[in-house]
Design a protein around this ligand. Structure first.
Ligand code: DGT
Ligand code: CA
Ligand code: CA
Length: 573
């Protein structure tokens, strides 16, 4: 789908308009249209071809013409013109977390800064602190932002790569010259960000397969074309590599190209110790070069005396040693989830009613949902006042009578205030079936204060879950300064569950922290933080994170049956 591509350009136009200093509602219109298009289920190309663009909320006559031009020609004259009016590089400055158009504009006008390099130098030299609206803290934050950007730049969020990769795979599966095919690389390992998508196929006709590969309609440019490897760039600038091998090598090539590189290095040295040679072509006898295995990936592991290692664990973080002992965890399955603990409805800042959410969730096969809307002080997110809490509880009570074999929990995502007190009094908190707490403001505290603030919140006896424990937003905001070990210890002492927030730019707890929680005997809960029914599918990425952390079914509250969950949480049945 080209939706992401169109949305990106609209976002960029909005940024450019802001940089130019145009009145704010002009850029806002572009931004809102971009948001809507990004979330559309339907392909923007189809909508455009059928002249239905103006049926999209926020898209009027002028904008629909621009989108049509973009969809049909791949470029937009208006955008090209705007770009010429603004110094190159300024747009890139906007990618730095925490830097908006106003600040960028001020930096350019007052200090002539138009590149990241110049900005870094100016921060180090302390040149920003004298500007209006800037200070030493801004300089530090910008430097941190630049670091964060460099760490993630050029990498796609997991959900974007997952969507692109699997759409491409579906297309490739329709090629009758292919025998076997799979996603490989970091996407198969379900890493939180993806550098490029790797696909591996086996075929007797590699050239035909490559011809078919480059004809995919989302291809923007062919970067390299050969008979064993071809690379293309998609419209959203994500790179996809296809490798074609023989059937005899398919298993060993899948093992090799799934990585990680560190896992492979360890595997190869283990092979050598056992008298073999391992590469992408197969497993061979070291002395005689005789082919031993390679058709199936599992054979590589079993021949080396290992139990099969799931791709999500292949990071050389101890998985090979565990596989040697036959004591790998039995990872939670993608279909083991019985419900979603973190969903926003129209009661706060979600876009769907509780009833609609419940219907869709039941259809997925869930036996419950927990509607966790924001609390009162979060006005921008339409947090619930005490009076509205009662009304919401009432609505849920009525709805629960309508559904059989399905339960709607009335939850809250209650804000933890700066001093660690909670946004609702105990009297209100105890009305909810499930209380989840989280931080939504005053992120920049020192580690000691922040840790104390969160643990104080967890000590409240009505609290069940801690939502997105570190607050990071991948590529945009680092984690708060918080002592995660102490948070986990407090979770254990207070019986609080830690969330793995499955929203793709959060994935928080991350894999490493999830593993730490398991080691310390703390259970987790999975929540998508859905603000729309479309987001419910993010659960997959939450499970992936849990799997990467080596979690088993029993480590995760929402793999249990509804009755068991109610007992474990002490919720009235
Ligand atoms: P990415 O794309 O940065 O998210 O990460 P990967 O893991 O997908 O890395 P990529 O696309 O460069 O290569 C795919 C796999 O191929 C990688 O996971 C392991 C294997 N591979 C690539 N280069 C090497 C290498 O130099 N040595 C070894 N042992 N394996 C490699
Ligand atoms: Ca890759
Ligand atoms: Ca690659």
């Amino acid at each position: 789908m080209k939706n992401q591509f169109v949305a990106e350009i609209l976002y960029k136009i909005a940024d450019l308009l802001d940089l130019k200093g145009e009145i704010f509602f002009k850029s806002r219109a572009y931004r809102m249209a971009a948001q809507t298009i990004e979330a559309l289920d339907e392909d923007i190309v189809t909508i455009s071809n059928e002249d239905r663009l103006q049926s999209i909320p926020g898209v009027g006559d002028a904008l629909s013409k621009k989108i049509k031009e973009l969809v049909e020609t791949g470029r937009l004259e208006y955008f090209e013109r705007l770009k010429k009016e603004i110094p190159e590089g300024l747009l890139a400055l906007l990618d730095i977390p925490g830097l908006g158009p106003k600040k960028v504009s001020a930096l350019y006008k007052n200090l002539g800064i138009s590149t990241i390099k110049e900005l870094r130098k100016a921060c180090i030299d302390g040149k920003l602190r004298d500007l209006d609206g800037f200070g030493e803290i801004t300089e530090r934050n910008i430097l941190r932002g630049i670091q964060l950007l460099e760490k993630t730049s050029g990498r796609a969020l997991l959900n974007v790569a997952y969507g692109d990769g699997n759409d491409y795979l579906d297309y490739m599966k329709r090629c009758d010259k292919i025998d076997r095919i799979s996603i490989a690389g970091s996407l198969r390992r379900m890493k939180e960000t993806i550098g490029d998508v790797d696909i591996l196929a086996s075929s007797k006709y590699p050239d035909n397969v490559m011809d078919y590969f480059v004809k995919y309609d989302d291809v923007q440019r062919v970067l390299l074309k050969g008979s064993t490897k071809t690379s293309v760039l998609l419209h959203d600038n994500l790179q996809v590599d296809l490798r074609v091998v023989t059937n005899k090598s398919y298993g060993s090539a899948l093992q090799y190209f799934t990585g990680s590189k560190e896992h492979n290095v360890k595997m190869r040295s283990l092979a050598i110790k056992k008298g073999y040679k391992l590469n992408e072509y197969g497993l061979f006898d070291k002395e005689t070069d005789k082919y031993i295995a390679g058709e199936a990936e599992e054979e590589i592991y079993t021949t080396l005396g290992l139990s099969y290692i799931e791709p999500e664990l292949r990071e050389n973080k101890g998985e090979i040693e565990l596989a040697q002992k036959g004591s790998l965890p039995k990872l939670v399955g993608y279909d083991d989830v019985t419900g979603d603990f973190h969903i926003h409805s129209t009661w706060s800042d979600g876009s769907d009613s509780i009833e609609d959410i419940a219907k869709v969730a039941k259809n997925i096969g869930y036996s419950f949902v927990c509607i966790a809307d924001h609390s009162q002080s979060l006005r921008i997110a339409n947090g619930l006042s005490k009076e509205r809490v009662d009304k919401k509880i009432d609505e849920i009570r009525k709805l629960n009578k309508k559904f059989s074999n399905f339960k709607i929990f009335c939850g809250t995502e209650c804000d933890i205030k700066s001093d660690g007190s909670l946004d609702y009094s105990d009297r209100i908190l105890k009305k909810f079936d499930i209380v989840s707490i989280g931080i939504h403001s005053a992120f920049k505290m020192n580690g000691e204060e922040m840790t104390k603030r969160i643990t104080r919140g967890m000590e409240n006896k009505y609290v069940h879950f801690l939502a997105h424990p570190t607050g990071r937003l991948i590529g945009r905001r680092g984690p708060y300064e918080v002592d995660i070990e102490q948070i986990i210890d407090t979770a254990r002492d207070t019986g609080t569950f830690l969330e793995i927030n499955a929203f793709p730019d959060r994935l928080d707890l991350n894999d490493i922290h999830a593993k730490l929680a398991k080691e310390k005997g703390v259970k987790v809960v999975l929540g998508t933080d859905s603000h729309s029914i479309i987001n419910l599918s993010f659960m997959h990425f939450g499970v992936a994170t849990a799997r990467r952390g080596g979690l088993e079914k029993s480590d995760i509250l929402n793999t249990y049956r509804l009755k068991e969950i109610e007992e474990m949480l002490g919720v009235e049945q």
